[in-house]
Each structure stands twice: as structure tokens, then as C-alpha cells.
Design a protein around this ligand. Structure first.
Ligand code: AMP
Ligand code: GLY
Length: 417
């Protein structure tokens, strides 16, 4: 089939890689010049009209959406109107990610476990509220902020500063609402699923590492590395997460008249009282995609076609584990250095994969062009072997003005040994 992937990051590179493994011809809009074996199409993710026109003229059989920006631009609505097959939520359903207040409301309605919260449109009311509940608490800008609009405030001073930033600076973009949330304590994990209406096909678990530096220090980022599945997560917790979170959410979206179709992402935290939702994303996670797809044995479009047709499907996963480490530009997430020459990729052995994100190409050189540059992954029978292969691969590369975490997968490995 001819398949179009919308986006340009590591997630889209992993989707394109999987689709190529499955034997398809893959186009990526706009893609990245370092994605090999695919045709890059110079159309922006949000240029909905041009994307539909391209799919029609090139006779694209399936389109898969990566980033939330394309969803919020209404790409799925436009494809649906033109009768072209696309896998992703409509703009109305993508609000699950686009607005934290909407997500909270639907969780309250569907009785899905999450942190207690209040929403405010004025700084004074938010400030009065935090005085009444005390620290620790979490302050979230309502709206897309690339995972950076969240402050886990251990003191009231930190919380006050975050509220000030949201209402009076444009640090988090144009924000007019804030969600104040109860602080949840526990281990975080991600659970994603293929969803269409009430039909849910869950994937294996994964765990992202959101802080910039080793030992979960430093600022929150879009994600510095991940592994999948989580060996130490009990089956009962997995089942509870599917039954108490994913299934009721899918049902609630149908009942609201905004059925969800696409990759659904639940960011969860395992508290003393069971798993609770931190956030939903209306798309595949990044870098979670890069560590989940190498373990997916079933052809991707088979799963998608089954879920869309509401057919039961016995999804198959490899037995092993995948670890992915993000290499980021020095200065990320505040001010990423760009223009560095990244080299020696040809030295990498076959058992590691590289998924490009914020890189570009100049002749034969790979050049840094963003915050998170690429993800390097390995899939092995054990987590330890996968971790060893990834870090051995990293040692072979010449990566000036970059950094990466050295403890990806460490939490799971500490539990096993
Ligand atoms: P979010 O953008 O909502 O995923 O939040 C980013 C990160 O902030 C999460 O991955 C958590 O580490 C942390 N966080 C968000 N909400 C809470 C909460 N209610 N309790 C504790 N930590 C949280
Ligand atoms: N890795 C977190 C996200 O994709 O939002």
C-alpha cells in the first residue's frame, strides 16, 4: 500500500520504519532528510488542504498522523470529508490532549481515577486556592505547551511563580487558564492503545524519562529516553489500567458524541491507591513509539484495520525488550545549540536503530537542527542486553555539543537485580 505519515520527528521515523518493514511504500510529510527509504514530501503538518490534495493525487491508501499540531489543525476532519482513510482523532476528540480542563471534565464524568483539581481563569483566584490547599501541588497551563507547561511545586513560592508565569508572561504561549492539581506520588508509566469508538486494543507498557538529567534531575522535557515493556509492572495493574482508564474513556468519548479514533496515550502514575491518570495524549507518544514499534510483531496496518472495523485482533509482540536513548542538543530544553555535525553513524552495528528527530542533512553530513536530535534503540531478549547495546552504540558516535542520559532503564534494572 501507499502510506503517508504526517510529521517529522523520531516517532514518525519509527512509524515509517515499521511500515517499510511491513512492505509498504512510505511517504512522510514533511519528514526529515535523514529518514532513509522513504519519500519526503515538502508539506507542513498543519497544511491540511495540501495534505488532502497530496493523498488524492498520489492515491494514498492510509494516512497516519504523528503530531498533535496536525490533529488540532483538523487534518482528520478534512480527510474524513474527502473520503480518504486516515488514522487519528478528529479535532473535537483531540481536545482530550489539547485541553487539560476538557480531559479532567471527562475523567470526572466517567469516574476515571486522576488527581483532584480545580480550573482557574484568573491569577487571584488561583493564588487564593493554593494558599488554602498548601504544597506540594502541581500547576498546569491549560493548552498545548509541548510537555513544558507543568510545574510540580514543592513549595507555595514555586507555585506562585508558576501561576505568575502562566498569566503574565508568554513563556508557555498564549494561556488563559490554569489547572491546579493534587500532587500524586508514585512511579510513572505510559499505556497506549489503538482505539476506534468503544473498541480498544491495548499495547504493551512503556516508561519515559521526562527530566533532562540523570537521576530525574533538571527541567521537564518532551522525553529523554524510554523502554518497553516494563518488566516490574504487575499484570493486575496493567489490567486495571485498561479496564478503569482506557475502556471507560473510549466509552465516554462515544457518549459525548466525539468518538475517539486513533492512538490513545494514557500517562499514568502508580499510587498507593492504584493507577491514576496524569494526562491523555491523542497520539502516539514520543519517545515511546520508538521503543514500542520495534517490539510489535503484527503488521501495523493490520491492527489499525482491525480496530477501525471493530474486529477482535490478537495483537502479537516479540518476547524481548527495547530501550531508546534520546540524544539532545546542548542547552535543551531551554536554548538548544544547533548546527553541530553528528558523525560515525556508519559504524553502528545492525542491532541498533537510529530514529531521527531534530536533525537535518548537509551533503553527507548529519547536522543538529533542534532540541531532541535522535533516538537510538536496541531490541534484545533482556533489558540489560538492550541497554548495553544502546550505550555501546552511543560510544561509537561523534556527538559534539550534545548530551544524553546514562540511566535510561535504570529504574527497571534496579528492581530486577
Ligand atoms: P504532563 O504534561 O501533564 O504529563 O506533566 C508532566 C510531568 O509532570 C508528568 O510526567 C509528571 O512527572 C509531572 N506531573 C504532572 N501531574 C502530576 C501530579 N498530579 N502529581 C505529580 N506529578 C505530576
Ligand atoms: N513522551 C511523552 C509524550 O509523548 O507526550
Amino acid at each position: 500500500m501507499n502510506v503517508l505519515v504526517i510529521g517529522r520527528g523520531g516517532r514518525e521515523h519509527a512509524l515509517a520504519w515499521k511500515l517499510r518493514q511491513d512492505g509498504h511504500d512510505v511517504f512522510v510529510a514533511p519528514g526529515n532528510l535523514n529518514m532513509d527509504g522513504v519519500t519526503c514530501v515538502p508539506i507542513e503538518e498543519t497544511d491540511v488542504t495540501a495534505l488532502v490534495r497530496f493523498a488524492e493525487t498520489e492515491d494514498i491508501d492510509w494516512t497516519i498522523v504523528g503530531p498533535e499540531s496536525a490533529l488540532m489543525a483538523g487534518v482528520v476532519d478534512a480527510f474524513n470529508a474527502s473520503g480518504r482513510r486516515i488514522f487519528g482523532p478528529t479535532k473535537a476528540a483531540a481536545l482530550l490532549e489539547g485541553s487539560k480542563a476538557f480531559a479532567k471534565e471527562i475523567m470526572r464524568e466517567a469516574n476515571i481515577p486522576t488527581a483532584d483539581y480545580e480550573t482557574f481563569t484568573e491569577a487571584e483566584a488561583a493564588l487564593a486556592y493554593i494558599e488554602s490547599i498548601g504544597a506540594p501541588l502541581v500547576v498546569k497551563a491549560d493548552g498545548l505547551a509541548a510537555g513544558k507547561g507543568v510545574t510540580v511545586a514543592l513549595s507555595l513560592d514555586e507555585a506562585r511563580a508558576a501561576i505568575h508565569d502562566i498569566f503574565t508572561t508568554d513563556k508557555f504561549g498564549d494561556q488563559s487558564r490554569v489547572v491546579i492539581e493534587e500532587f500524586l506520588d508514585g512511579e510513572e508509566f505510559s499505556l497506549m492503545a489503538f482505539v476506534s469508538g468503544e473498541h480498544v486494543i491495548p499495547m504493551i507498557t512503556s516508561q519515559d524519562h521526562k527530566r533532562a538529567f540523570d537521576g530525574d534531575k533538571g527541567p521537564n522535557t518532551g522525553g529523554m529516553g524510554a523502554y518497553s515493556p516494563m518488566p516490574h509492572l504487575e499484570e493486575a495493574v496493567y489490567v486495571e489500567s485498561v479496564e478503569r482508564v482506557l475502556v471507560p474513556l473510549a466509552r465516554a468519548m462515544v457518549e459525548r458524541g466525539t468518538p475517539f479514533e486513533g492512538f490513545l496515550y494514557a500517562g499514568l502514575i502508580l499510587t498507593e491507591n492504584g493507577p491514576k491518570v496524569i494526562e491523555f495524549n491523542a497520539r502516539f507518544g514520543d519517545p515511546e513509539t520508538e521503543v514500542i514499534l520495534p517490539n510489535l510483531a503484527s503488521p501495523l496496518l493490520d491492527v489499525i484495520e482491525a480496530v477501525v472495523a471493530k474486529r477482535p485482533y490478537a495483537i502479537e509482540w516479540l518476547d524481548g525488550y527495547t530501550i531508546g536513548v534520546v540524544v539532545a542538543a546542548a542547552g535543551y530544553p531551554e536554548r538548544a545549540t544547533t548546527g553541530q555535525v553528528l558523525s560515525d553513524f556508519e559504524r553502528l552495528p545492525k542491532d541498533v536503530l537510529v530514529f531521527h528527530a531534530g536533525t537535518t542533512r548537509d551533503g553527507s553530513h548529519i547536522i543538529g537542527n533542534g532540541g531532541r536530535l535522535f533516538v537510538i534503540t536496541s531490541t534484545k531478549p533482556t533489558l540489560l542486553e538492550a541497554k548495553t547495546a544502546v550505550y555501546a552504540g552511543l560510544e561509537m558516535l561523534d556527538l559534539p555539543q550534545t548530551f544524553y542520559r546514562r540511566d535510561i532503564g535504570g529504574r527497571a534494572l534496579a528492581r530486577i537485580f
